[in-house]
Design a binder for this molecule. Structure first.
Ligand code: HAM
Length: 426
């Protein structure tokens, strides 16, 4: 063995992946759990999905022509030479699972919620990541406008519970199989008469609707008089759309109609929506979703409808930062134990255990750091109280209970400190 150790270059996480460690991770889990519990309250059961699936599921389900499938998927061959893909979104996986496990044979709608990481090989920037976190819901099997409104209201409720106010809901209808083809042809005719550059022209050939939300001013001017799908809906789609709006009005959920909204996934029909936060710059979409009435059949299931949303947890957390709302506490613990000496440590370890059993969050200064270092650690932990125990206290059968905000310290009998703290923190 060589006596000279080679210096190991430290590793770095892959590019474009936000990592959440304390104290930021407290906000992350709070946002995720708040969004998820809004869905739980509306009866959406939790589903834990695979993080990778057969590649064909996304190609078929999300659509070959989308950026997500054609440019952004993490696709690789596993050791058995099967092509698999890290999930870029959740809807296709949920629908696959509903079909595979015949969940649609029980009562409809099947209402499911999920949370976790998704993967898209995008160019990383603020709010745009390669590993992104979503909370999502899907309601499958009932084509009822009240269900569309419920899905939207659940997302809205999640944002409101967090204290967010600076977001908007944009909504439109993408019609159905009976009106979209005719509209597509109409739009293509309109586009053929415009002086568009080559790249835009080929984009238009693949998916003409995408030109509608082109952000370049010169294209916007050209598209000002473009026909809009909202003006060409089938009677059924129109009635559905109007019923969704009426339900949202009843629920007090504010919205604006954006007839030029284009979503990055191909499966949408009828109701389509996005939650936009204006404080976030370019990556302003904090959530989006809609109806996907053809997806079940496309993936080999019964011809059942579906509606759902995916909310970006990372971006929602950023929005909380922008608005300065922080409905969570970053305090790691409520009580911090400071032992001065070995005998005191033995006793405080027991006290800490008893407090934890009583439901109190407790930490202890390990490593014999002395009073000053330990009190610094107590402050850093965010605890409300410190328990300071030295040899003399032990002899007297008491412990110093210090209120870390006011600095006031008093002696409390060791035998009753657990009940005392439990009631102080209740
Ligand atoms: P999506 O609009 O592609 O929809 O994504 C939903 C949300 O995920 C976005 O609004 C955004 O907040 C977040 N998100 C997407 N990509 C990124 C990224 N690269 N970095 C950070 N956040 C991101 C879907 O995925 C659909 N499956 C939603 C759905 C469910 N539709 C029906 N059911």
């Amino acid at each position: 063995m060589s006596s000279v150790q080679e210096k190991v270059q430290p590793f770095a996480a892959p590019k474009g992946i936000p990592e959440y460690s304390p104290p930021e991770s407290v906000g992350f889990t709070h946002v995720r759990d708040t969004l998820s519990s809004a869905a739980e309250r509306a009866g959406y059961g939790y589903i834990e999905l695979p993080v990778f699936e057969e590649t064909g599921l996304y190609a078929r389900g999300v659509g070959e022509s989308t950026d997500v499938v054609s440019k952004e998927m993490y696709t690789f061959a596993d050791r058995g030479e099967r092509s698999v893909t890290l999930r870029p979104e959740g809807t296709a996986g949920v629908v696959r699972s509903v079909i595979e496990h015949t969940m649609d044979r029980a009562g409809l709608p099947v209402k499911l919620r999920y949370a976790g990481p998704f993967f898209r090989y995008e160019r990383p920037q603020a709010g745009r990541y390669r590993q992104l976190q979503q909370v999502g819901v899907e309601a499958i099997g009932v084509d009822d406008p009240a269900l569309d409104a419920e899905v939207i209201a659940v997302a809205d409720e999640g944002f409101r519970r967090l204290g967010l106010t600076g977001y908007r809901l944009e909504l439109t209808s993408l019609g159905d199989a009976s009106c979209r083809p005719a509209y597509r042809a109409l739009l293509q005719d309109f586009l053929a008469g415009l002086d568009l550059d080559e790249a835009t022209r080929s984009r238009a050939a693949l998916n003409p609707l995408r030109v509608l939300d082109d952000k370049r001013p010169e294209v916007r001017t050209l598209m000002a008089d473009a026909p809009l799908l909202l003006d060409h809906l089938s009677d059924e789609s129109r009635a559905h759309h109007e019923a969704v709006l009426a339900h949202l009005d009843d629920l007090g959920v504010a919205y604006t109609i954006n007839p030029r909204m284009v979503r990055g996934l191909d499966y949408y029909t009828k109701t389509t929506f996005e939650f936009v936060h204006d404080g976030l710059g370019a990556q302003s979409g904090i959530g989006g979703g809609g109806r996907y009435d053809g997806l079940m059949a496309t993936l080999g299931g019964q011809a059942l409808s579906g509606v759902g949303f995916g909310i970006g947890v990372d971006r929602t957390l950023l929005a909380c930062g922008v608005e300065g709302v922080q409905p969570w506490s970053t305090a790691r613990v409520e009580v911090f134990c400071v032992p001065l000496g070995e005998a005191a440590k033995r006793r405080l370890v027991t006290v800490a255990g008893a407090l934890r059993q009583a439901g109190v969050r407790v930490d202890l200064a390990y490593g014999g750091r002395g009073l000053k270092g330990s009190m610094k650690a107590a402050d850093r932990s965010g605890a409300r109280y410190a328990l300071v125990l030295g040899d003399r206290d032990l002899e007297a059968g008491t412990v110093g209970l210090k209120d870390l905000a006011s600095g006031v310290q008093r002696d409390v009998p060791l035998d009753s400190v657990v009940t005392e703290l439990s009631s102080l923190l209740a």
